[in-house]
Design a protein around this ligand. Sequence first.
Ligand SMILES: *[C@@H]1O[C@H](CO)[C@@H](O)[C@H](O)[C@H]1NC(C)=O
Ligand SMILES: *[C@@H]1O[C@H](CO)[C@@H](O)[C@H](O)[C@H]1NC(C)=O
Ligand SMILES: *[C@@H]1O[C@H](CO)[C@@H](O)[C@H](O)[C@H]1NC(C)=O
Ligand SMILES: *[C@@H]1O[C@H](CO)[C@@H](O)[C@H](O)[C@H]1NC(C)=O
Ligand SMILES: [Zn+2]
Length: 522
Amino acid sequence: MVDSGTKLKIRRLLKTIICLFSLTFVVLFTVAFVRTLTLDVDVGLQHAQWEKTKNISLDIGREQREELLDNFKESIRIPTVSFAESNYNTTALLEFNRFLRKAFPTVYSSSLVHHEVVANYSHLFWVEGSQPDLLPYLLLAHVDVVPASESDAWDLPPFSAKEMDGFIYGRGTLDDKSSLMGILQALEYLLRKGYAPRRGFYIGLGHDEEVSGKNGALNIVNVMKQRGVQLSFVLDEGMLITENLSSFLGGSTAFIGISEKGSATIKLSVSTPPGHSSMPPKETCIGILAAAVKRIEDNPMPRLFGYGPERLSFEHMAHKFSFPVKFMMSNLWLFSPLIGRVLERQPISNSLVRTTTAVTMFNSGVKFNIIPSLAEAFVNLRIHSAQSLEEALDHIRSRVADERVKMELIDGFDPLPVSSTDEKSFGFQIIKKTVLEVFPSVTVAPGICVGNTDSRHFKDFTKDIFRFIPAWLKSGDYLRFHGINERISKKNYEEFVVFYSSLIQNCDIQKLPEPHGSVHEL
Ligand SMILES: *[C@@H]1O[C@H](CO)[C@@H](O)[C@H](O)[C@H]1NC(C)=O
Ligand SMILES: *[C@@H]1O[C@H](CO)[C@@H](O)[C@H](O)[C@H]1NC(C)=O
Ligand SMILES: *[C@@H]1O[C@H](CO)[C@@H](O)[C@H](O)[C@H]1NC(C)=O
Ligand SMILES: *[C@@H]1O[C@H](CO)[C@@H](O)[C@H](O)[C@H]1NC(C)=O
Ligand SMILES: [Zn+2]
């Protein structure tokens, strides 16, 4: 029996607890609400007073348009394919070297430009600035493409650069000859118009990005290290402009990649004594390994949404949304578990939420009546920014939890550092300003690359590495990367040339302007 006095006490206690809960809720809600109203990371330097350095505007006329498209198509027709590490079409790569010289005569003859071939097929250009005190930057792109077969179901042959409905089709039109050719074409036109940069810059073109960059990008890195180069920032491929990202986000967002997920390839193997299938043991190596693989698939890595730089993406985009989505996106500190649960339902957005694990190979057995002695599986991880390679491996180890399964790390690296995006970040602010000049209607937001690029080899030169090309992508278009019907619209390629021409001139400012007005802080 509980007497009435005790009952009263319990009731009072419950009331207090409920009160505390509601109070906490009200406080959290108020903070979140105020944050939603004041968090406007998109204002930044947009209204600040920028030094004017863009003296040359490209007015692309009919003749120039024809020239730049012809050059671009010719670059697509040279099949600079990487088949595997240290296995590429060297005939095509050598042809590409000659082609660049022919397509960009002013770049190759200007006294401001120093060109060198690195590791036979890669290129490093140094464009001298008139003010050596301004820290140079690096534009990166790659010469090689992934294979494409004439027998695949392309609407137009993959190395033909043929046109349909205003699009040029071909392997490399998005990845990454649009960027490579756009950079050099912009420089060619600027130099023809008498441009001389104040801020010097490098252009690096690797020849084996698709198969690790170990021969191309890494040798460019070595050359630059020998010269003691320091960089203000690096701009490489990686992310782009997405149109109508989701049903409730109209308009387009230019994602500037500020980090890359880490990666690991793990080999799992089980050895058991071989034998005849007429007298099988209780467990075979196949069964043991299959069970381990199943445990890995059944236990995904922890949800980490909100703990990495993806939080910045959402905060930059929040103002585009209406309540209540805006409210939630401005307050990931409160809502990330909920949003994370929604995102993990789709494979694309799940890749933002956690370290993904993909079992990609499973091999065992040679004959139907022989018990095999070895079973092997490969697991490919893409590591979330808030986790380390070591932590991801520990997770896999704890899921396998069977000492008969041997685990071997074939290759792996931590997630890449997160580049700066604040008002003092020269690279981010210049790229953002240039995007908004060329594409006034888009929103600019930081993003995380789920794939890897050559730029990761350059992390000793600067902490500020950005991954962006000015290509427009509609939902579903991402399948064209490394897939069939890779294409770019003629108009979009022209925008590449304009974009890089503006970017190069925008980099000529002495320093970033002071932020305009007060900055909201909470
Ligand atoms: C742009 O032109 C102005 C005026 O002619 C000149 O003072 C300035 O130095 C130029 N800027 C660059 C970056 O060339
Ligand atoms: C390599 O490229 C050349 C053109 O430079 C082409 O003729 C040849 O077919 C290509 N080889 C392969 C294996 O793709
Ligand atoms: C460059 O080409 C030369 C001659 O064909 C060859 O001996 C050398 O190994 C090549 N170097 C690289 C880095 O591929
Ligand atoms: C994006 O949305 C706008 C407005 O709803 C629409 O006019 C446009 O056609 C859409 N673009 C694409 C690529 O779906
Ligand atoms: Zn690429």
